[in-house]
Design a protein around this ligand. Structure first.
Ligand SMILES: [Zn+2]
Length: 168
């Protein structure tokens, strides 16, 4: 499901919600559309509005603490822009820099995007042991980065059919 980024009234990214939820928030005047998918509109109730990509809450919401971006394989691929950390070619897998068998964990700092070939070649070794230096060091994305990266991947072609405007 396509997600919409939610900004606080102060423009600080808060979270993502489903498109349906975003539309409801706008219809209830709890949020305004800050950025819309170009040329796309959604019919909701008896209204028509721009398809929200980013909405901003009308009232400021106090956030007690900032959540860290939860680790995920998909998140690692997005963070590394689907480029292999060892050769720079297209990555489809996630490599544990310190292999799991040696105590390496599922963390942002221990995982990198990796092409299937290099993942196989590196196998159960550290980069040093395998003679495969990292082209760049893994890093922990901020929650806002993680959300923006996931939004950047959104593909207009992936829009659900029911959201598309019928041809005039
Ligand atoms: Zn590679």
């Amino acid at each position: 499901m396509r997600d919409t980024l939610v900004l606080n009234a102060s423009f600080e990214p808060l979270s993502t919600v489903t498109l349906n939820r975003a539309v409801v928030l706008v219809l209830q005047d709890k949020a305004v559309v800050e950025q819309a998918h170009p040329g796309l509109r959604v019919r909701a109730a008896s209204m028509e509005l721009p398809l929200p990509r980013v909405i901003r809450l009308s009232r400021y919401v106090r956030v007690p603490f900032r959540r860290r971006a939860p680790w995920s394989r998909r998140g690692v691929l997005v963070r590394d822009r689907h480029k292999c950390a060892y050769c720079g070619r297209r990555a489809t897998t996630v490599d544990h820099v310190i292999p799991r068998s040696r105590g390496g964990g599922d963390t942002w700092l221990n995982t990198v995007a990796c092409c299937a070939e290099d993942n196989h070649r590196k196998a159960d070794r550290t980069p040093e042991q395998a003679g495969m230096p990292l082209l760049r060091m893994p890093f922990e994305p901020s929650p806002a980065d993680a959300m923006l990266l996931s939004l950047a991947r959104a593909d207009l072609l992936a829009l659900p059919k029911w959201l598309e405007q019928p041809a005039a």
